[in-house]
Design a binder for this molecule. Structure first.
Ligand code: PEP
Ligand code: MG
Length: 921
């Protein structure tokens, strides 16, 4: 069958519904006739009053765009048939001098893209048909107002003429007449304005680009309504690729290849006097979910007047209080109920009342805040409209972030001075500081501060903990600042290139603005949007409502239900008792990654440094002894907080130079000491220290002496860490706790590495168990974060109780690029040029996923009871969580603040992959 490009909706001349639907359900149809078109057809089919019209499909738009903005063969004929059919159904013709048909031409993509694409209203008016409209309505002012609006919109939207020219002409007219409001202009004024608008059109239209409107070389406003219609349809299709629509799609991850539909629909008028009105409404409150009618209306107005906010609107509840609108108002409220019953959701509605008659212009599932999404979903379960599983599917996991961090008061006025990357959500206000010392100082005197750095290093951890938020001028969304901030749940804006930081002078200049901030000046940063704002923006506390708890508990029930798909866990990446406790509060099932190197920061850095740089065995042993003591205490705290839950402790991973002083800084100190003429012995010692530091430098540390290689070269390090883990577990067991540690070996590439390290671990655990007199069973597993490990997982799996996918390193090594170097340098370009669909460090890449697949299968082949999880950053990303469920993983692990998001996303993934949500019987 030939492809159908046009679908009609609404009634025929006898009042019979002649709607043609494009799919078995609205959800299916929206891919063809767009959200607006599919819902108009749906409303017509359930008997609601919809002005008749037709939709040209999204696929036509795509074909039009790919054929260099030309119409596919036969489509114009198909549209012509639909147009004639519409004229027959209405008993009116476009451009008729006696009784003209007027139509709107609107865009409508499969996903709502509010205000991004084009719309033309009142199409069909010309110098002749305007007279017909006057005759029919007996309202000269209304007719001329409609015509001038049409010329204005058509010129701007379809022909790209600067909209200000028309606004200026209106203002001039108002000045000339000595009036303030548009509504004070009379019919004669509007007729004059229409002429002026047509001259603006003739003067400004690009007749080379639009030869159709200048057939004899002289441009004039097109009088042929069929030409008007075709040009408007082309403009709507063209607007799919306009800049703001492209940017919006990128931000909202909407596919560029979907296209938009064009809806041509008979005009109804809310501006035909006091018995007419127009409005926008939601069936419930989209801000907080209260079950109340929500929205606004305007008497004697067109739809755009409500949205533009030129006139003060009335609350929708008052519609029935206006005597002339009472009946239509009552009918509208009844329609609210019909729509909610039909869609089983909170709906967003546009309507017009034309001389007392209600018309529905649009409906769609209403956009809502996280608070409202939770509230409405629970209400709908209570009302028996949807099941708990459907309720779970109704809340977007990413939206929960809104509830987990302090937010700026949305009503506040803000002065945005620069923008960076929105690296870690939430809002922070504080004094600008340029060093960790200053941050700690401000924290100690109880003054909130924002740490402003070129970029952060592990040395900044103290300052990052002390600050309310982190702002950097360099680095991407997985830069150190970003990763640590997200882990801590601290707001972070990174890579703000306009910042010219002079930390020495304690000032930062915002280039291009003339603003210079000094230490102590107050700024606000919005980690959700990337905005950097001058001064203090008031904050609102996160609302961890009972509704959030309820939905997450329902989600947990699904995740843990073994009778319906696999049990799917959510663990967390945490490396101190406080974070462990936080993740328990957020509902984590366990710890999927404890990066023990994070336990060596702060004052402990000294100890590990003395181990690394020790010249004698004695000094080495002393340092190890100290490390053993502090690590044991850490593990006791963590295992206690996680009592009864698995805690995967990873052995030391980073290259050792990360714990040492920067040799460049030491070289500078040495040069200063030489210049000062310091004593020879001092200089000698400094030179020796520098040489030692240099010996730990590597050209490519990411691929150097790190991961399991460290424990093989320095077995005493592994020994100490395993002793601390086993010792802490033994102590807690004796105290009646139920510690469940597991030991993970990082950066394995060959099975021989794991074999060796595993036997070393087992020896130490056995020794501790014996000396402590307790039984210890500590599973041993490894990270899969190198391609070789993934493809030889069938060998490695024989020696592993579990695998944990480290997608940060796996992504780096699969792509062959280093995260810190590429993320701000060229990933944005790759995304723009569509070389990459999404940032592979945020969302699991399909190539990396293939390796995960191979490794999961290999691991199970070698060890059928192997437990597989992920602890790279993608483990907290809802889209990746779906992929991980489908790849057969047993759990995901993410930072504590993402745990609620992952609990919900995990349940959704499971529901999606097991036949969709249960329906109301
Ligand atoms: C990983 O590589 O994904 C991982 C979790 O390890 P890290 O980020 O500590 O290298
Ligand atoms: Mg790693």
């Amino acid at each position: 069958m030939a492809e159908k490009h046009v679908y009609r909706f609404g009634n025929d001349e006898n009042g019979n519904n002649v709607t043609e639907v494009a799919g078995a359900s609205v959800n299916e149809a929206k891919w063809i006739t767009g959200g607006k078109g599919a819902n108009l057809a749906e409303m017509a089919n359930i008997g609601l009053p919809v002005p008749p019209g037709f939709s040209i499909t999204c696929q036509t738009c795509v074909a039009y765009a790919t054929h260099n903005n030309t119409w596919p063969a036969g489509v114009l004929d198909e549209i012509d048939v639909a147009r004639k059919d519409l004229e027959r159904r209405m008993g009116k013709k476009l451009g008729d001098p006696q009784d003209p048909l007027l139509v709107s031409v609107r865009s409508g993509a499969p996903f709502s893209m509010p205000g991004m694409m084009d719309t033309v209203l009142n199409l069909g008016l010309n110098d002749v048909s305007v007279q017909g409209l006057i005759k029919q309505t007996n309202n000269e002012r209304f007719a001329w107002d409609s015509y001038r609006r049409f010329v204005q919109m058509f010129s701007n939207v379809v022909m790209g003429i600067d909209g200000d020219l028309f606004e200026e002409a209106i203002n001039e007219k108002k000045e000339e007449k000595g009036v303030r409001l548009d509504t004070e202009l009379n019919a004669e004024d509007l007729k004059d304005l229409t002429q002026t608008f047509k001259s603006i059109f003739a003067k400004n239209v690009d007749s080379q680009a639009h030869p159709e409107v200048a057939p004899d070389g002289k441009a004039s406003f097109p009088q042929d309504p069929y030409l008007q219609l075709r040009l408007a349809e082309q403009a709507v299709f063209g607007s799919w690729m306009n800049e703001r629509a492209c940017i919006y799609r990128k931000q909202n991850k909407i596919d560029d290849n979907l296209g938009t539909a064009v809806n041509v629909q008979v005009m109804v008028f809310g501006n035909k006097g006091e018995t007419s009105a127009t409005g926008v409404a939601f069936t419930r409150n989209p801000a907080d979910g209260t079950n109340e009618r929500y929205g606004d209306f305007l008497i004697n107005a067109q739809g755009e007047d409500v949205v533009a906010g030129i006139r003060n609107t009335e609350p929708i509840a008052d519609l029935v209080k206006v005597p002339a609108l009472k009946e239509a108002g009552k009918e509208l409220f009844h329609v609210f109920e019909i729509l909610e019953d039909h869609y089983a959701d909170m709906m967003d509605i546009e309507f017009t009342i034309e001389q007392g008659k209600l018309w529905m212009l649009q409906t769609r599932v209403g956009k809502r805040t996280a608070l409202s999404a939770l509230r409405v979903a629970i209400q709908m379960v209570d009302e028996g409209r949807i099941t708990r599983e459907q309720a779970i599917m109704r809340v977007a996991p990413e939206q929960l972030d809104q509830l987990l961090h302090p937010q700026f008061d949305p009503k506040a006025k803000v002065d945005v001075i620069a923008k960076g990357m929105n690296a870690s959500p939430g809002a922070a206000v504080g004094a600008v500081v340029f060093s960790s010392d200053a941050a700690v100082h401000y924290h100690n005197i109880e003054k909130p501060c924002i740490l402003v750095r070129w970029e952060t290093t592990p040395d900044d951890l103290r300052g990052m903990v002390a600050a309310e938020g982190i702002l950097t001028s360099h680095g991407g969304k997985t830069s150190h600042a970003a990763v640590i901030a997200r882990g801590m749940g601290a707001p972070c804006v990174c890579g703000a290139e306009a910042l010219r930081i002079d930390a020495k002078a304690k000032q930062v200049e915002i280039s291009g603005t003339g603003v210079v901030l000094h230490e102590g000046d107050i700024i606000s940063i919005n980690g959700t949007t990337g905005d950097i704002i001058l001064g203090e923006v008031p904050l609102t506390r996160p609302e961890l409502t009972g509704d959030l708890e309820t939905i997450l508990e329902w989600a947990d029930d699904v995740r843990r239900d073994a009778s319906r798909g696999r049990i799917f866990g959510v663990r967390t990446n945490a490396d101190n008792p406080a974070d462990a406790q936080l993740s328990v509060d957020f509902g984590a099932d366990g710890i999927g990654l404890d990066r023990t190197e994070h336990m060596f920061l702060g004052e402990r850095k000294q100890i590990i440094q003395s181990f690394i740089l020790a010249e004698s065995d004695g000094a080495k042993q002393q340092a190890l002894g100290q490390l053993l003591r502090v690590q044991t205490e850490d593990f006791v705290g963590m295992f206690k907080a996680m009592d009864g839950r698995n805690v995967i402790v990873r052995l030391l991973d980073p290259p050792l130079h990360e714990f040492l002083d920067d040799p460049r800084a030491v070289a500078v100190q040495l040069a200063h000491a030489e210049a000062r003429g310091e004593h020879d012995t001092t200089l000698k010692a400094m030179r020796a220290h520098l040489a030692r530091l240099d010996s730990f430098q590597e050209a490519n540390p990411m691929l150097g002496l790190r991961g399991c290689r460290l424990g093989i070269v320095y077995p005493e390090l592994n020994d100490m860490q395993v002793r601390a883990i086993a010792g802490a577990a033994a102590r807690l067991k004796k105290e009646g706790f139920n510690p469940c540690p597991e030991i993970m070996v990082p950066l394995i590439s060959t099975v021989e590495e794991l074999k060796l390290v595993r036997s070393q671990i087992e020896d130490v655990v056995e020794a501790v168990a014996e000396s402590e007199g307790v039984e210890l069973h500590i599973p041993v597993g490894c990270m899969i974060e190198l391609p070789r490990a993934a493809v030889t997982a069938d060998e490695i799996g024989k020696y592993a109780d579990f695998f944990s996918f480290g997608t940060n390193d796996l992504t780096q090594t699969v792509f062959g690029f280093s995260r810190d170097d590429v993320e701000s340098a060229f990933i944005p370009q790759y995304l723009n040029k569509k070389i990459l669909k999404s940032n592979p460090f945020e969302t699991l890449d399909s190539g990396v996923a293939k390796l995960v697949d191979v490794a999961v299968k290999g691991g199970h082949q070698a060890n059928p009871t192997i437990v597989c999880g992920v602890c790279g950053e993608t483990g907290g990303d809802p889209q990746s969580i779906q992929m991980y469920y489908d790849l057969g993983l047993d759990y995901v692990s993410c930072s504590p603040y993402r745990v609620p998001i992952a609990r919900l996303a995990g349940a959704q993934a499971k529901i999606n992959s097991n036949g969709g949500p249960a329906q109301v019987k």
